[in-house]
Design a protein around this ligand. Structure first.
Ligand code: DX5
Ligand code: ZN
Length: 228
């Protein structure tokens, strides 16, 4: 993976057909997705359950580009190796998922993946200050994690601005997750975000048999973000 700050659209397969992940990943990449965002939930850290490392390993061969794995699980550390083995390019863990996020970031890089840290809406930007030299991505949750289709929390735009200033020239992506659509994308792009996760706003109106709407949705989000 090379680093740049161009706008990247990362569809979340949380909004895909769960019986058809392989074809869905191929469809969104063919329709212009930059990264594929994979939401892992445990029913403990968040009030919803999705899937684990075996599913990530199964979909990996269907993704040509970056597999961006967002772990909404606690604890995290016992599972890092399994997600790295499953082929995750980026593994993101939550600041709030345990007392030793510094160790978790070290463990992700030691496992050979890029390390991401995610911040829930109530967690301040300053929480990542002492991690900035050991992370590749900061994910700003613009909804409370657990479900797709929630409303964007506008207070987080200021957090993105603060993070962008803190990061400076460091090669760290700022990713936005939750409620991203053509209306909210320009707000976070202007504040300094470069990776835009979108679930419902990408998958709405399409299917593996009719994937053109995915492309139109991706282009609409990208165009809105690039217009700022
Ligand atoms: C929320 C997940 C998101 C979610 C985004 O817990 O981390 O990735 O799928 O879905 P939308 O874009 O529908 O808000
Ligand atoms: Zn996510």
């Amino acid at each position: 993976m090379t680093f740049d700050r161009s706008i990247k659209i990362a569809p979340s397969i949380l909004s895909a057909d769960f019986a058809n992940f392989g074809a869905e990943c191929q469809a969104i990449e063919a329709q212009g997705a930059d990264w594929v965002h994979v939401d892992v939930m445990d029913g403990h850290f968040v009030p919803n359950i999705t899937f684990g490392p075996a599913t990530c390993a199964a979909i990996r061969p269907h993704i040509k580009g970056v597999m961006d794995v967002h772990l909404m699980i606690a604890p995290v550390d016992p599972y890092i190796e399994a997600f790295a083995q499953a082929g995750a390019d980026i593994i993101t863990a939550h600041m709030e998922a345990g007392p030793h996020i510094h160790r978790t970031m070290q463990a992700i890089r030691a496992a050979g993946a890029k390390a991401g840290v995610a911040l829930n809406p109530a967690t301040p930007a300053a929480a990542v200050e002492y991690l900035l030299d050991m992370v590749d991505l900061v994910c700003v949750m613009t909804v409370n994690p657990g479900f797709g289709g929630q409303k964007f929390i506008h207070s987080q735009v200021e957090k993105v601005r603060q993070l962008r200033a803190m990061i400076g020239e460091r090669p760290i992506h700022i990713e936005i997750d939750g409620g991203v659509d053509p209306v909210t994308a320009p707000l976070v792009a202007a504040a300094g975000a470069d990776v835009l996760v979108a679930g419902s706003a990408v998958f709405r109106g399409g299917s593996v048999n009719d994937p053109d709407p995915y492309g139109a949705n991706i282009r609409a989000i990208r165009a809105a973000a690039q217009a700022v």
